[in-house]
Design a protein around this ligand. Structure first.
Ligand code: NAD
Length: 494
C-alpha cells in the first residue's frame, strides 16, 4: 500500500471539488442574467467560481417562488409526519456530504478542515433537533366560562428571509432554516459573499431531500444589493439575520421602511471571561480561556475576547494564558492537526493587524503574539494584550480575530467591568465558590453565561444576545417561536 499524505489528499480533493456557479430558486439552479459575484478563498489568489449577484428583480422572483410554495401548501400544510420525514432525509444527506461541505468551508474561509468537519457534525445535530421538534409544539386550550371555548394555535408565518455570515457557512444557515422549515415556512437564504458556495450546496441538498420546489431557495450576492432587497421586500414576513450589529440595525430600519416584517437578530459580541482568584484549577482555566478566544481564529460571535482577571492572580494567570496560546499557532488548514488557519480575507486580516496597533498605541502591552504569522498567509499569531483599560477601543469594539484584551479588576468590580459594553452575547466565570458563581450568572448582562467552562452547550439551550448583541434566540424549541404566529380562536357556545 502506498503511504498517503493526508494533507495532500485533502488539498487534491479540494482542487477537484465541483463548485456551484448558480443560485437556487424554485427547485432548480438559477444562473442569473446580470452581474456576477466572485467566490473567493484566502488560500488562493484566483476566484473559485462566479455566482449570480442577484438584484432586486431576481430577489423578487425568489420571494415569489417561496410565496407560491407557501400558498400551495405542499409543505406549509403537510402533516407533521411528512415534514419530519423530509427533514430527516435532509440530515442524512448533510451527513453523506460531510466531507464535501467541510472542504467548501475550508476553501472559502480558510477554516481548518478539523473544525469544518466538526461544523458539519454539529449542523447535523442541530437540523435533527428541529426535524424531531416538528410534532412536539402544541397550542393551548384556555380556561373559559362554560358558554365559550377558546384556543390559541401556532401557524407558520409565511416567507422567511435568512441573511447569514461567513464564519459558520453551514451552521448559521442551519440555525435559521432548521426551525423555519420545521414550522412549515418557505425560506430564502442569502449566504455571505465569502461563503456562498457552501450555502448554495446546503440548499441544493434540502431540495434533493424532498423539500417541494420553492420551499428552500438561495439567492447569492452582496449585502448592499441582495441582502438589502430582502430586507426591504414587502412580501417577506420575517427577516432572520446573523452578522454584525451595524448591519442588524440596517435591517430594523428596512423593516420600518417596508412592511414591518419581524426582524430577528444575532449580532456581534465582546464577551468577557472572568477569572477569580478562587478558581479551582488555573491551568485548566487558562487552556479554556485560550480556546475561548483563539478557536476559529477569533472569528466567532461569542469569542471570549475580554479577559477580566482578579488582581491577586493577574500576572500569574496571564502567564498561563500566554503559554496556552502557543498551542494555537496558525498552520495549514488542510492539515488535520491545525487548530487555527488564516483569517477569511485580506480585509479582515488588515482589520485585525490594525486593531493590535491601536491597542498598543492606547497603552496596552503584548504578552504573546502581535504579528502576522510567518508561515501562513493572512493568519495572525494568537495575541494576548495586557494592561488594557475598559475605556480602550480594544476593550470595547469587536475585533473578530485572535486577539485577547486583558483587564485587571478587583473581585467586587468584575461584573461592572464585564457589563460595561454595548454587547451582551456571552460571558464566562471561573470560580470555586458556588454562591459567587450563581450571583455572577444573575448579574451578568449576557444571553449565555458559562461557569467553569466556555462555549459549551446542547441543542436544547437557546442562544441569543442581550443589548446590541441581538433580538431573539437561535437553537432550542424557543427558536421556533420566531417562525410561528399565534392565532387566537374564540367560540361562543351560548
Ligand atoms: P456582516 O454583518 O458584514 O454580514 C452578514 C450578512 O449581512 C452577509 O450575508 C452580508 O452580505 C449581509 N450584509 C452586509 N451588509 C449588508 C447591507 N448593507 N444590507 C443588507 N445585508 C448586508 O457580518 P459578517 O462579517 O459576515 O460576520 C461577522 C459578524 O457576524 C460579527 O459581528 C459576528 O459577531 C456576527 N455573528 C454573530 C453570531 C451570533 O449568533 N450572534 C454568529 C456568527 C456571527
Amino acid at each position: 500500500m502506498p503511504v498517503t499524505d493526508p494533507v495532500a489528499d485533502w488539498r487534491a480533493r479540494a482542487a477537484a471539488l465541483p463548485l456551484p456557479a448558480h443560485a437556487f430558486v424554485d427547485g432548480e439552479p438559477f444562473a442569473g442574467a446580470g452581474e456576477r459575484l466572485a467566490a473567493t478563498s484566502p488560500l488562493r489568489d484566483d476566484a473559485l467560481a462566479e455566482l449570480p449577484l442577484c438584484d432586486e428583480r431576481e430577489v423578487d422572483a425568489a420571494v415569489a417562488a417561496a410565496r407560491r410554495a407557501f400558498e400551495g401548501g405542499t409543505w406549509s400544510q403537510a402533516g407533521p409526519r411528512e415534514r419530519k420525514r423530509v427533514m430527516h432525509a435532509f440530515v442524512a444527506l448533510l451527513e453523506a456530504h460531510r466531507e464535501e461541505l467541510a472542504l467548501l468551508i475550508t476553501l472559502e474561509t480558510g477554516k481548518p478542515i478539523r473544525d469544518a468537519l466538526r461544523e458539519i457534525d454539529s449542523s447535523g445535530r442541530e437540523l435533527r433537533f428541529f426535524a424531531e421538534a416538528v410534532d412536539k409544539v402544541y397550542g393551548d386550550v384556555v380556561p373559559t366560562a362554560v358558554e365559550a371555548f377558546g384556543y390559541s394555535a401556532r401557524e407558520p408565518v409565511g416567507v422567511v428571509a435568512a441573511v447569514t455570515p461567513w464564519n459558520f457557512p453551514v451552521m448559521m444557515p442551519v440555525y435559521k432554516l432548521g426551525p423555519a422549515l420545521a414550522a412549515g415556512n418557505s425560506v430564502v437564504l442569502k449566504p455571505a459573499e465569502q461563503s456562498s458556495l457552501a450555502g448554495v450546496r446546503l440548499v441544493e441538498l434540502g431540495a434533493e431531500a424532498g423539500l417541494p420546489d420553492g420551499v428552500l431557495n438561495a439567492v447569492t450576492g452582496t449585502g448592499e444589493v441582495t441582502g438589502r432587497a430582502l430586507g426591504l421586500h414587502p412580501d417577506v414576513d420575517v427577516l432572520t439575520f446573523t452578522g454584525s450589529t451595524a448591519v442588524g440595525k440596517l435591517f430594523l430600519r428596512c423593516s420600518g421602511e417596508s412592511n414591518m416584517k419581524a426582524v430577528w437578530l444575532e449580532c456581534g459580541g465582546k464577551s468577557p471571561q472572568i477569572v477569580l482568584a478562587d478558581a479551582p484549577d488555573l491551568e485548566r482555566a487558562a487552556a479554556f480561556v485560550a480556546e475561548g478566544i483563539f478557536h476559529g481564529a477569533g472569528e466567532v460571535c461569542n469569542a471570549g475576547s475580554r479577559l477580566i482577571v482578579e488582581e491577586s492572580i493577574h500576572d500569574d494567570f496571564v502567564g498561563l494564558v500566554a503559554e496556552a496560546a502557543v498551542a494555537w499557532a496558525p498552520g495549514d488548514p488542510f492539515d488535520e492537526a491545525t487548530v487555527m488557519g488564516p483569517l477569511v480575507d485580506r480585509t479582515q486580516f488588515e482589520r485585525v493587524v490594525d486593531y493590535i496597533g491601536v491597542g498598543l498605541a492606547e497603552g496596552a502591552s503584548l504578552a504573546r503574539g502581535g504579528a502576522p504569522a510567518a508561515s501562513v498567509e493572512l493568519a495572525v499569531e494568537p495575541t494576548v494584550l495586557t494592561g488594557v483599560e475598559p475605556r480602550m477601543r480594544v476593550a470595547r469594539e469587536e475585533i473578530f480575530g485572535p486577539v485577547l484584551a486583558t483587564i485587571k479588576a478587583s473581585a467586587d468590580a468584575v461584573a461592572a467591568v464585564a457589563n460595561d459594553s454595548i454587547f451582551g452575547l456571552a460571558a464566562g466565570v471561573w470560580t470555586g465558590d458556588v454562591r459567587r458563581a450563581h450571583r455572577l450568572a444573575r448579574e451578568l448582562d449576557a444571553g449565555t453565561v458559562y461557569v467553569n467552562t466556555y462555549d459549551r452547550g446542547e441543542n436544547s439551550l437557546p442562544f441569543g444576545g442581550y443589548k446590541q448583541s441581538g433580538i431573539g434566540v437561535d437553537r432550542s424549541l424557543h427558536a421556533l417561536e420566531k417562525y410561528m404566529r399565534l392565532k387566537t380562536v374564540w367560540f361562543d357556545l351560548s
